[in-house]
Design a protein around this ligand. Structure first.
Ligand SMILES: CC(C)(COP(=O)(O)OP(=O)(O)OC[C@H]1O[C@@H](n2cnc3c(N)ncnc32)[C@H](O)[C@@H]1OP(=O)(O)O)[C@@H](O)C(=O)NCCC(=O)NCCS
Length: 191
C-alpha cells in the first residue's frame, strides 16, 4: 500500500543519500549516461534543495515528500510551484534502491501526489522533465497520464508553464534543452 507524506528538515540528508548515493542515482544522473547532469555533492544538494522544501509553512512553494510502502520508506517525490504560473506544479521522483523499481511503486506514488496537489492546492497542470534517455521514467509517467510534448512544441510548453523571470534559470531543464524530455498532464489530457 503506497502512501506519501511530507519530509521534515531532519530528513534532508536521508533524501540526499537516496538521490545521490544510492544505486538508482546513475539511472538519471552522472557518468556514464548523463554527463550533462552530474551527481551533486551534499554541499550542492543543500543549496539546490533549499530548506523551504522541508518546511510546513512553505508547502505552497514546493516540498519534498517521502513515499512509503506498507509503512516502509522507499523513496522521494518532489513538487515545486514557486517558478510556475498559478495552478501548475513541476514534479520529480526517485526511489531509494533498484529493488523498489519496476514494481509499479513510482506510478502509484505519482498518482497519489497529483490527487493530493489537486485537492490541497488546487493544482490542475503538471510538468515533469526527465532525460530523453530515461526510458523507464518516461514510460512510468505515461502510465500516470502524462503526454510527451513534441520536440517542436517544447519551447511553447515551457513558456506556458514557467513564469518569465525563471525561464533563464530553469527553462532548459536538468539535461539541457535538447536532451530533456517534457511531459505534461493537464485537464485537457483528460478530455
Ligand atoms: C523512474 C521511477 C520513479 C519509476 O518508478 P517505477 O516504480 O520503477 O515505475 P513502474 O514500475 O511503475 O513503471 C515502469 C515502466 O517502465 C517500463 N520500463 C522499464 N525499463 C524500461 C526501459 N528500459 N525502456 C522502456 N520501458 C521500461 C516498465 O516495463 C514499466 O512499464 P509497464 O508497467 O508498462 O511494463 C523509478 O524507476 C526510479 O526511481 N528510477 C530512478 C530515479 C529516476 O530515474 N527518477 C526520474 C528522474 S526524472
Amino acid at each position: 500500500m503506497i502512501k506519501i507524506r511530507h519530509a521534515d528538515i531532519t530528513e534532508k540528508y536521508k533524501t540526499y543519500e537516496w538521490l545521490c548515493l544510492s544505486d538508482t542515482a546513475q539511472m538519471h544522473m552522472g557518468e556514464p549516461d548523463y554527463p550533462n547532469n552530474p551527481i551533486p555533492s551534499w554541499e550542492e544538494f543543500k543549496e539546490g534543495f533549499e530548506n523551504f522544501y522541508y518546511q510546513e509553512e512553505t508547502r505552497g512553494k514546493g516540498s519534498v515528500m517521502i513515499i512509503q510502502d506498507d509503512g516502509k520508506d522507499i523513496g522521494c517525490l518532489c513538487y515545486a510551484c514557486f517558478h510556475l504560473k498559478p495552478q501548475k506544479a513541476e514534479l520529480d521522483i526517485w526511489l531509494k534502491g533498484k529493488e523498489y523499481c519496476g514494481n509499479g511503486n513510482g506510478t502509484k506514488a505519482l498518482k497519489a501526489l497529483c490527487d493530493y496537489l489537486e485537492s490541497s492546492y488546487n493544482i490542475k497542470d503538471y510538468i515533469i522533465r526527465p532525460s530523453i534517455k530515461n526510458y523507464r521514467a518516461v514510460r512510468a509517467y505515461e502510465k500516470v497520464g502524462f503526454k510527451k510534448v513534441q520536440e517542436n512544441e517544447k519551447e511553447k510548453t515551457i513558456n506556458e508553464f514557467l513564469l518569465p523571470e525563471f525561464l533563464n534559470e530553469y527553462g532548459d531543464g536538468d539535461y539541457g534543452f535538447e536532451d530533456t524530455a517534457v511531459l505534461i498532464k493537464t485537464n485537457l489530457n483528460a478530455l
